[in-house]
Design a protein around this ligand. Structure first.
Ligand SMILES: *Cc1c(COP(=O)(O)O)cnc(C)c1O
Length: 418
């Protein structure tokens, strides 16, 4: 049996390496307190915002009902849309469990707000992998098939400002680094980019907000974004919402997105739903759960840095998403880490993850995940392509103390292997 907890680690007969881990643990716990304090403050501010929205929208038990078929008069959906629109400070929002995930909602939004001949310009490099088929697929119903161009630039050099012209209908910004090694965009970076863009262009600003919700005190829609999209099996679902995505923004844009998601002429707040209660609970718990995930990321960053591994971001850097990259230097370490992490997750702890060739990726990928929601990454999970620099992307953790056990266990195994 695997043993968890400080008690077991510090029992007599502990090896030298384990002593090193325990010393490291003590140093890290001490050093994290200030950063954890900041995370608490952000959580408090977001909690206030969310609770206010529940009260002002008069959320009640009636909203938890199941709606079938056309779902006319789905008051649960109606209140969810209003609640999220208030939380995101927008005119309107579309929240639906029938979105498979954010990829689905992003696909809907990109088609909804463009027409053939338009150009979309991404200013944060190549978008998240799962969108490649939406953008470039051949005879798949992609943007390209419909004559919608997708250009890519990088905000760092600000060259994109020269690319702005009347043909550019949409500026696409990805807040999170996703699975690349660039930095995530902080809200103030997003604000400054948007200000510069708005001076020169009428382009709509669409932000992929995945992994970013409740990490800072504001959302991109509070600093000028016209439309944001996010996944309910990430931050705002809190590990409770079983599926879905949300879109929030200008009323006319949400209407266009609804017309694409459902059908032209559809009204907000129709359609079947079984999980109104879980989606509402997700938003309710999200600020707190994101706080736990952030503590997990900060602790992991400091812990593995102290043990001699490169990490990004560093524990005390400002964050705008919940992703933590750790460079394990070689294949062996990376495998050990992912397998040891899996062995301490609540669900499927007995499974051994192995690298596999996932469609759409060049190299083999290894993933550890053991959550209550399939594929959910607000729950503790990690993914890594089996290639140099052998970095793992660690994210989520709905209970920091449990995450800490997992991290300690994996570290102990890694250090003992070396
Ligand atoms: C996860 C993610 C997506 C896709 O979201 P899914 O819910 O997994 O479809 C898109 N963009 C970014 C930045 C993401 O992190």
């Amino acid at each position: 049996m695997r043993k968890l907890g400080h008690g077991n680690y510090s029992s007599s007969g502990i090896g030298r390496q384990n002593k090193r881990i325990l010393d490291c643990l003590r140093i890290c716990e001490e050093k994290c307190t200030e950063i954890f304090g900041n995370i608490e403050k952000i959580c408090e501010e977001n909690s206030r915002k969310v609770l206010k929205a529940f009260i002002e929208n008069k959320v009640s038990e009636n909203h938890f009902r199941v709606f079938t078929g056309y779902g006319y008069g789905n008051i649960g959906k109606e209140v969810l849309n209003k609640l999220v629109s208030q939380i995101m400070c927008t005119e309107s929002a579309l929240v639906d469990e029938n979105f498979i995930s954010a990829t689905h909602a992003l696909n809907v939004s990109l088609f909804a707000i463009t027409k053939p001949g338009d150009t979309i310009l991404s200013v944060t490099g190549a978008p998240y992998d799962t969108l490649k088929k939406t953008i470039y697929g051949k005879n798949t119903g992609s943007l390209r098939d419909f004559g919608i161009k997708f250009k890519i630039s990088n905000f760092k050099d600000e060259n994109f400002l020269d690319l702005l012209n009347n043909d550019i209908k949409v500026i696409y910004i990805q807040r999170s680094c996703g699975y690349s090694l660039r930095e995530s965009l902080k809200i103030r970076n997003i604000e400054s980019i948007i200000k510069k863009i708005k001076k020169r262009s009428d382009a709509l600003i669409l932000v992929d907000n995945c992994y970013g919700e409740f990490v800072q005190e504001k959302e991109p829609t509070e600093v000028g974004a016209d439309l944001i999209v996010g996944s309910l099996i990430k931050n705002p679902g809190a590990g409770i919402a079983p599926s879905g995505a949300y879109l929030a923004g200008k009323r006319n844009l949400i209407e266009l997105c609804l017309n694409r998601f459902a059908f032209p002429g559809a009204k907000l707040g129709i359609g079947p739903s079984k999980y109104n209660r879980e989606l509402l609970m997700g938003f309710y718990y999200a600020p707190m759960v994101v706080k736990e995930a952030l503590k997990t990321a900060v602790f992991a960053a400091l812990f593995f840095e102290t043990l001699g591994f490169e990490v990004s971001p560093k524990y005390n850097e400002e964050r705008s998403d919940i992703i933590q990259a750790i460079n394990f230097k070689n294949r062996e370490n990376l495998l050990t880490f992912c397998q040891e992490m899996q062995s301490t997750l609540a669900i499927d702890s007995f499974v051994t993850p192995t690298p596999w060739k996932m469609p759409g990726y060049q190299n083999e990928i290894i993933m550890s995940s053991g959550g209550f929601i399939s594929g959910s990454t607000i729950e503790l999970s990690c993914d890594a392509p089996m290639q140099k620099p052998y970095s793992v992307f660690l994210q989520g953790g709905t209970n920091f103390y449990m995450s800490k056990f997992s991290i300690l266990n994996a570290a102990m195994r890694l250090v003992n292997n070396q």
